[in-house]
Design a protein around this ligand. Structure first.
Ligand SMILES: C[S@@+](CC[C@H](N)C(=O)[O-])C[C@H]1O[C@@H](n2cnc3c(N)ncnc32)[C@H](O)[C@@H]1O
Length: 330
């Protein structure tokens, strides 16, 4: 049983059954063409933000049998038809909707991230970190629970966005895309594009990436693993990284993870830094949500939490910001 606040008690039945994943750093090894092989890409454009490109989640279902997946999450998620298997797969293979809420807020707010150090915590596809990278961040670190997500989605997405935008655009003009589907939701435009892949064409060869040719990629680091072991790993570094901005979207669904999440934010946020957290009010079937997390944060007494945006439609969604309490606040 986990006690959250004086009057709230939650059944702590969400603890993962399997041992938590040990953290490790991933250094991109493969040629971009190899990582982007058979790619079905999407591009999301929100107002004046630079377009963000990412691999469509269906590619993993279609090509699961051809992919190396030591964690065995690709087959498990499609067999179990599950977006989340606690302690095994934490949902990073698709873009969750609160990511778009936070992108829209950044668009309105005008934050540029110039010269800042950024952590995209629980990054999945990594769109938030990628935006910061494209807008001039000094360094962007991406962390996801699953190594498969980092290697097969986050890294390829960063590479996709590091390639010059006009390369992607000129490919479109030449009509090399097999098919394009455009969807518009408010200020957000999503374009899904299937690339031509010739039957029987030889698979591109793996080559090491030359980081000198990828200046944006050279500003990035990638980590997988549970938050507690990720924190232990980066704390060993000298100097220990501290981040001006930590993004974390759709990561507070499981109350069992609140202590390690809070500790990670506490130890890795720089003084004066900001945590942008995007979330639903409640996660049915898992139990967590904003109210429980707010109560938890309040009890710990380390951060103040302010609402930046509260959605009103359907299942409510929110964007909040956490910052260290000033001595006068405590
Ligand atoms: C629902 S996904 C959201 C992915 C992405 N932020 C988005 O909005 O599309 C939750 C993410 O939180 C991360 N996560 C959840 N629990 C974690 C834990 N205990 N340790 C490390 N990462 C965790 C996973 O990496 C996972 O990708």
């Amino acid at each position: 049983m986990l006690t959250v606040g004086a009057s709230l008690q939650i059944e702590d039945n969400t603890k993962p059954a399997e041992p938590l994943k040990e953290a490790k750093e991933h250094v991109p090894q493969n040629d971009p063409q190899f990582l982007l092989m058979d790619a079905v890409t999407e591009t999301v454009t929100i107002g004046t933000l630079p377009p963000l490109h990412f691999l469509n989640e269906t590619v993993f279902e279609k090509t699961a049998s051809e992919r190396t997946d030591e964690e065995n999450i690709l087959s498990r998620t499609s067999e179990q038809r599950s977006d989340l298997i606690s302690g095994v797969y934490e949902g990073g293979l698709k873009v969750w909707e609160c990511t778009y809420d936070l992108l829209e807020l950044i668009e309105k707010d005008g934050e540029t991230f110039g010269g800042k150090t950024i952590l995209d915590l629980g990054c999945g596809a990594g769109l938030l970190g990628i935006l910061a990278l494209k807008r001039g961040a000094k360094q962007v670190h991406f962390q996801d629970y699953n190594s498969t997500v980092v290697e097969q989605l986050t890294v390829p997405n960063v590479i996709l966005n590091c390639q010059e935008d006009d390369k992607v655009d000129s490919d479109d003009e030449e009509g090399s895309g097999k098919g394009k589907i455009q969807e518009k939701f408010g200020s957000k435009i999503k374009v899904k594009e299937e690339k031509d892949v010739e039957e029987g064409s030889p698979a591109p060869k793996k080559r090491a990436i030359d980081l000198s040719e990828q200046p944006l990629l050279a500003k990035c680091r990638f980590f997988s693993g549970d938050w507690s072991t990720f924190l232990a790993l980066v704390k060993k570094e000298d100097p220990q990284p501290k981040y001006d901005i930590i993004f974390t979207s759709e990561t507070i669904y499981n109350t069992a993870y609140y202590p390690t999440l809070h500790e990670t934010l506490h130890k890795l946020l720089s003084l004066g830094g900001l945590v942008y957290l995007a979330t639903k009010s409640h996660y049915f079937g898992v139990g967590g949500g904003l109210h429980l997390f707010e109560t938890f944060v309040e009890q710990r007494g380390i951060f103040s939490l302010d609402h930046l945006w509260d959605g009103e439609e359907g299942l409510q969604r929110h964007v909040v910001v956490l910052r260290f309490k000033m001595p006068k606040d405590t």
